[in-house]
Design a protein around this ligand. Structure first.
Ligand SMILES: [Zn+2]
Length: 433
């Protein structure tokens, strides 16, 4: 919502002049006060008679808080509390994020002030703002929140602390603790919000799976290859998949024990995989029903490496394209479809030729589309098992393939997979198959 409509809402709620409210609101927002909090404090200033946002909101069970609540008073146990720095309206601000639980439920919170929250403590937050995030209510603890520590500890069904396995992590998770091996790690210079800065990026693994990471303040324990224990990491989406973020506020320590990395990717139905919104490492099996345009022999911009049409890059204009091979193919398993993207190596495999062969074929035919046609003939209609990184966005679901193999269409394999899925002891039945 724009400032204007916030001001209008407030003015009509409070029965005061809109311009006056808007000027006050603008002032507070310029001082980096979150909008909900700014509205709360104006409600108090102008003496709100209504219940929403009044200075003494009623006590609520966490399970009953809804995004429609203006502000609430709640009591709960701090499950996690992780500091991180964000840029809010032009300024760096340290916030604390985590989860709060009582007997009825659990809720995410953001604390804009340093209340000294730590896991295991029971608190009462008076006049905590409620905002909506992804359809769920979240608590905002700010200047207008009165926070007190309660001696009597609540007994909750949730685990205190943020210990998690990689496979459980989801975009939006905060204050998580993980124990991982560092599978890949490289130091890179990026153009950050404060100029050039060095970061580490790579892939973590644990017993449950693998996830990419960014370490914003390079930790030697990670660069040395681990294994490491990381406390207070957060998960953010990057290029459509969840990524572990290790910040300057995270604690990284070398682990004594080894961390085994699960070698198998989870095999999922396409429909289920797409509904997760993105998975770093997943395996799907389906029929390859079409090879899309933009496959086969293509040209990329030498600057940005994006695919170009007729020598024109959308960003860099007229460029000398670099020849490359790729395939974008649609895989369908009856539950959904994804576009599987094959890089140059995998494309050479399915084309059964090199880039030079493709250029030669295109020269002879005086048409580069013949390369895509050849690939089409070879792969459409066959069943493939593909493993890679699934990202889902407004344009659809893409699976960047790491491996692709024609699915052994062998009844024994299928029967075994079927039995495993239903919990039968595959080993015991193997003789019969
Ligand atoms: Zn370009």
């Amino acid at each position: 919502m724009e400032l204007d409509s916030h001001a209008e809402d407030l003015a009509s709620d409070l029965g005061v002049d809109k311009e006056e409210v808007k000027a006050d609101l603008k002032n507070l927002v310029e001082y980096s006060v979150p909008i909900d909090e700014a509205k709360g404090s104006l409600r108090r200033k102008y003496g709100d008679g209504s219940s929403a946002g009044s200075s003494t909101p009623s006590a609520r069970n966490l399970g009953d808080v809804t995004p429609d609540d203006g502000s609430v008073t709640v009591t709960g146990v701090v499950l996690t509390a992780g500091e991180r720095s964000i840029r809010y309206q032009g300024d760096d601000q340290v916030i604390v994020e985590g989860r709060l639980a009582d007997e009825t439920g659990v809720i995410d919170y953001t604390a804009w002030e340093d209340f000294g929250l730590s896991p295991g403590e029971t608190i009462t937050a008076g006049n905590a703002g409620v905002r909506e995030w992804d359809g769920e209510p979240e608590l905002n603890l700010g200047e207008s929140t009165s926070l007190s520590f309660v001696d009597e500890s609540l007994d909750v069904d949730y685990e205190i602390g943020g210990d998690a396995q990689l496979a459980e992590l989801q975009t939006g998770d905060r204050a998580v603790s993980i124990e991982v091996s560092v599978l890949e790690c490289e130091r890179r210079t990026i153009d950050g919000r404060d100029g050039e800065t060095e970061i580490l990026s790579g892939v973590f693994g644990d017993e449950s799976g693998r996830l990419p990471f960014t370490n914003w303040d390079p930790a030697p324990e990670i660069e040395d290859g681990g294994p490491v224990r990381i406390e207070n990491a957060y998960v953010q989406e990057f290029r459509g998949v969840p990524e572990v973020n290790v910040s300057a506020f995270s604690t990284v320590s070398a682990l004594e024990r080894e961390v085994d990395v699960g070698a198998d990717a989870t095999t999922m139905e396409i429909g289920d995989a797409v509904r997760t919104g993105g998975i770093y490492d997943v395996e799907i099996v389906g029929n390859l029903i079409a090879v899309r345009d933009g496959s086969g022999l293509i040209q990329r911009c030498p600057e940005c490496y994006r695919v170009i049409q007729k020598g024109q890059c959308r960003t860099h204009g007229d460029v000398d394209g670099v020849d490359d091979l790729r395939v974008k193919a649609i895989l369908d398993d009856g539950t959904g479809t994804v576009t599987v993207v094959l890089d140059d190596d995998l494309t050479e495999d399915v084309y059964d030729g090199t880039l030079e062969d493709a250029l030669e074929q295109a020269r002879e035919a005086m048409d580069q589309e013949v390369v895509a046609d050849t690939i089409r003939e070879r792969i459409v209609g066959r069943e493939y098992r593909v493993r890679g990184h699934l990202s889902v966005d407004d344009y659809g679901a893409n699976l960047d393939a790491e491996t692709l193999e024609e699915s052994a269409d062998d009844p024994t394999t299928r029967a075994r997979a079927f039995l495993e899925e239903f919990g039968a002891d595959a080993e015991a039945t193997e003789v019969d198959l």
